[in-house]
Design a protein around this ligand. Structure first.
Ligand code: MLT
Length: 402
């Protein structure tokens, strides 16, 4: 027996598992410590009442033989796909067919699994810093080459810095797959319509596929910022989009997301990617539970929309507290406006991990070291707005004491 040797290349722990381990070790050594966690982007507000009502109703349906549901359709129930289509796309002038929408258990799974339908020979362009799932899964899939001076030899790195507003330059070499995430994780930056048009034109010209992670779309507040890549003409021929109910409606623990693969999107030999993904999901995935999909559907009711919006506004309030608080303390800060993430420069002379240790040991605040998101993240740090109001305030007060 031989293993997939690519797993030996990859760093031992997933970034957020690594952080969780460090925090657990600190807690074990300091059991009374009151640790405030603003590290992993995990939500803390309960599900919206409209979602809970819909899920209760669905549980009751599961309790009766006449309304009991067995295996869900592997690509999602029609009622949810219709609601997604009408509310997230048609309402923004984007026309999609329901069978271009694939409901799943998470954008993380979809971003990670999408590599199944692409050749290991493809060249991958990644932003730097970047959500580690894109990098890790392409290492697992054999597209990384070797690690040389902290960079994978076959990846094209696209630095996202304060100088370019965290929107990268186009790659100079040919990239088959280009990962973009806007609003961005981890920098909290958003992309303008004009910039996204530039990326779509580039992908069409070069025969590249853009893997567009729009999991934080609901946090956009700046008018004119595109919510979906399909708002850009031509994108259906060159882009896959990942969306999630996790950050939008508090589903990190409930699990529901969806991926769009338009029929117009074809490989160089003319094969439709939609058909490949449909086949992949039918074989390897058994769908999202009926109860969960009814809950997700309820986020699109009038009540649900209003309740979900209140929660997003609440997290925006936290982002303001972090952004303005740290700015007032003299930190260089970014993000937080179209995003639940605030990205800050670590104090002079401190690496990302040194700052992580300092915050944990001295003031018991957990964040995410920028270096964990890629080499260009060194010297930066991420805080999330997903905590409680009180903890968010206390975290900023504690950082002020440093
Ligand atoms: C993050 O903290 O970057 C997110 O929680 C990651 C995720 O959604 O998987």
């Amino acid at each position: 027996m031989q293993i997939n040797g690519n797993f030996l290349k990859i760093q031992k722990n997933y970034l957020f598992s690594d952080i969780a381990k460090k925090v657990a070790a600190y807690k074990a050594a300091n059991p009374d410590a009151d640790v405030i966690r603003l590290g992993i982007g995990d939500v803390t507000r309960p599900l919206a009442p409209a979602v809970i009502d819909a899920m209760h109703k669905a549980v009751d349906e599961m309790a009766r033989e006449e309304t009991f549901m067995g295996y869900p359709p592997e690509w999602g129930y029609d009622f949810l796909k219709r609601a997604i289509n009408e509310n997230d796309f048609a309402a923004r002038g984007v026309k999609l067919a329901d069978d271009e929408i694939f409901v799943s258990d998470g954008a993380k799974s979809d971003c990670g699994n999408i590599g199944d339908i692409f050749s290991a020979d493809n060249t991958v362009a990644v932003c730097d810093p970047i959500y580690p799932v894109y990098v890790d899964t392409n290492i697992m899939g054999g597209r990384s080459g070797d690690l040389i001076d902290g960079r994978w030899s076959r990846f094209i790195y696209m630095p996202c810095t304060a100088d370019n507003g965290f929107v990268p330059e186009k790659p100079k070499a040919h990239a088959d797959l280009i990962y973009l995430c806007y609003p961005n994780n981890p920098t909290g930056a958003s992309i303008t319509r004009e910039q996204l048009e530039g990326w779509v034109a580039f992908a069409l010209e070069n025969g590249s596929v853009i893997l567009y992670d729009a999991a934080y779309e609901a946090y956009i507040t700046t008018p004119g910022v595109p919510h979906s890549i399909y708002e850009i003409e031509g994108a259906k021929k060159c882009a896959i989009e990942f969306r999630s109910f996790s950050k939008t409606a508090g589903f990190t623990g409930t699990r529901c997301a969806y991926t769009i693969i338009p029929h117009d999107l074809k490989a160089s030999d003319g094969t439709e990617l939609n058909a490949l993904w449909a086949r992949r999901q039918a074989t390897k995935f058994n769908g999202v539970s009926y109860i969960t999909q009814r809950g997700a559907e309820a986020t699109f009711s009038e009540e649900g929309k209003r309740q979900v919006r209140e929660t997003i506004d609440f997290y925006h309030g936290n982002a303001d507290i972090i952004y303005n608080g740290l700015k007032g303390l003299g930190y260089e800060v970014y993000g937080g406006v179209d995003s639940p993430y605030v990205w800050l420069k670590t104090p002079e002379g401190l690496s990302s991990w040194e700052f992580f240790d300092l915050l944990l040991n001295e003031v018991q605040v957990v964040g995410t070291p920028g270096a964990g998101f890629g080499p260009a993240g060194e010297g930066y740090f991420r805080l999330t707005a997903f905590g409680s109001r009180e903890n968010t305030r206390r975290a900023v007060e504690r950082i002020a004491k440093l």
